[in-house]
Design a protein around this ligand. Structure first.
Ligand code: NZQ
Ligand code: ZN
Length: 392
């Protein structure tokens, strides 16, 4: 097992009606002025926003609100939020929504904490932030894991770049998680969310060594649980227990737990999906399932023992040889993606990039990663272009 540090400072309040306690829980953090941040309207339509505001009123907290965050959250909304938060004197940003709203809130947090700097410089790797205003959330979708991750992903709509940035400064102080809130999700978003959850552990699983038996057992158990419950939710979207399993998995899959002791994180599929998101505005989870099979077939020989282990312990398939077992595992995950109506090619995703667009995405992905990326196999710009071609 490789050396590691583990830092998971977020207070989790999980279960039915948890959002009713929002005001009191924020008060315990010592804040009195709150900017509530939300998305395109689902939280308004469900009445959640009103209930959260009432809870803040009850606790005597002063608040204002800014909605309109879109999936693949935009830099312009971050700037708008930062201006409002400064004028209002916000002490905390409360995201009511999913990964997009939370990531926008984190970026606002960076922007407000260092008002003399441009926030995009952080995502553009030109500057390291020194502070971030506290962020909390009421989570409404199990997917990105931003509620416990140190990451945020913002799209600069002027350049078409979608960039992630990791720093412990932005880790949430508090995440309120009521699985009931996710029952209003369209089935496509539920499935895309389950795909993203799976991928956060998969991206950590394909490493080059180290004995990490406990981490592997946690990772494999998490993946089996997500696969099982995604299928339950496909047929029974109101199933509370299945909603709860995937919601907790969303947090554990991206708070680093499932990769502890590994030699880094692969995250090539994520990097390549972010380019698709920036160029074609696709749903993150669906973009991941569209890229992963091509990536897996491109790299599996370089990481064969892990692909064999994945096939046996997660997909529970066996082939005539190690290579056959690995390929059967990849095919079995593809079948699973199809069974929850997720795409496994770019065409199924509804995207048909030209050769020029493929080269542009590969160049941008490699540039964003400092030229190379990957633990299953170290990949360069030309490899990424080839994987996009194979994924068509
Ligand atoms: O905007 P509203 O109207 O709320 O609709 C949203 C949105 O259209 C809807 N939705 C959310 N909760 C709902 C609901 N609809 C009905 N009922 C509910 N309870 O679902 C849609 C998707 O929401 P979004 O927040 O975009 O989903 P997700 O959590 O998948 O976040 C995706 C974003 O997170 C980034 C992705 O790249 C993408 O930009 N990621 C962030 C990560 C992180 N910060 O750690 C890691 C991930 O790998 C990922 O890259
Ligand atoms: Zn993801």
């Amino acid at each position: 097992m490789f050396n590691f540090e583990y830092y998971a400072p977020t207070r989790i309040v999980f279960g039915r009606k948890a959002e009713a306690r929002t005001g009191q829980l924020l008060k315990e953090l010592g804040v009195s002025r709150v900017l509530i941040h939300y998305g395109g309207g689902s939280a308004v339509r469900s009445g959640l926003l009103d209930r959260v505001a009432a809870s803040l009123d009850e606790a005597g907290l002063v608040h204002t609100a800014l909605g309109g965050v879109v999936p693949n959250p935009r830099l312009s909304k971050v700037r708008e939020g930062a201006k409002l938060a400064r004028e209002f004197g916000a002490e905390l940003i409360l995201a009511v929504g999913g990964g997009s709203v939370i990531d926008s809130a984190k970026a606002i947090g960076y922007a407000v904490a260092e008002p003399d700097h441009d926030v995009w410089e952080i995502y553009d790797r030109k500057r390291t932030p020194k502070a971030c205003l506290p962020v909390a959330c009421v989570l409404t979708i199990a997917a990105a894991g931003s509620e416990m991750s140190n990451s945020s992903v913002i799209t600069n709509e002027n350049t078409g770049e979608k960039r992630g940035y990791r720093n412990n400064l932005c880790r949430l102080k508090l995440a309120i998680m009521n699985p009931e809130l996710t029952t209003s999700l369209p089935s496509y978003q539920t499935a895309a969310g389950c795909t993203d959850i799976l991928m956060h552990t998969l991206e950590r699983y394909f490493t080059q060594g180290g004995n990490m038996e406990l981490t592997d057992q946690i990772a494999e158990g998490l993946m089996r649980t997500v696969i099982k419950n995604a299928l339950i939710l496909r047929d029974d979207p109101a199933n509370y227990d299945a909603r709860a399993e995937v919601m907790w998995a969303s947090s554990l899959s991206h708070n680093d737990l499932t990769g502890l002791g590994a030699d880094g994180m692969d995250f090539v599929s994520h990097g390549m999906e972010h380019e698709l998101g920036g160029m074609f505005d696709v749903t993150h989870g669906a973009g991941l399932s569209a890229v992963w099979p091509a990536w897996a077939r491109y790299v599996y020989q370089n990481c064969l023992p892990r692909f064999v282990k994945f096939a046996r312990n997660v997909m529970q398939v066996e082939g005539a040889s190690d290579e056959d077992t690995a390929l059967k595992g990849i095919a079995a995950l593809e079948d699973f993606f199809h069974s929850i109506h997720m795409p496994v090619t770019l065409k199924e995703l509804g995207v048909e990039p030209t050769e020029e667009q493929i080269l542009a995405m590969a160049a941008s992905c490699a540039r964003g990663a400092g030229g190379k990326k990957g633990t299953a196999k170290l990949l360069y710009e030309a490899d990424m272009a080839e994987i996009y071609r194979l994924a068509r």
